[in-house]
Unconditional design. Structure first.
Length: 70
């Protein structure tokens, strides 16, 4: 299920780029998406560790709960 969700995110991102941009602009946006997709798995663990270090082990769920309050 996780792999399916990850693949869907990539496919949807590419579909949005195809709808929004053409030619060189589309190529540049796809490059940006690929860069972000490559950097995110590297940045996420240290960022999560920083949140846990600052707020304790329940920090990430607290951040999630606070962001969901409207």
């Amino acid at each position: 299920m996780t792999g399916f969700s990850g693949a869907a995110g990539v496919a949807i991102g590419r579909a949005v780029v195809a709808d929004v941009a053409e030619d060189a602009a589309a190529a540049r946006l796809v490059g940006v998406l690929m860069t972000l997709g490559g950097i995110a798995p590297i940045v996420a663990p240290p960022a999560g560790g920083a949140v846990i270090g600052a707020f304790g082990r329940r920090g990430p769920s607290g951040c999630w709960r606070r962001s969901r309050r409207w």
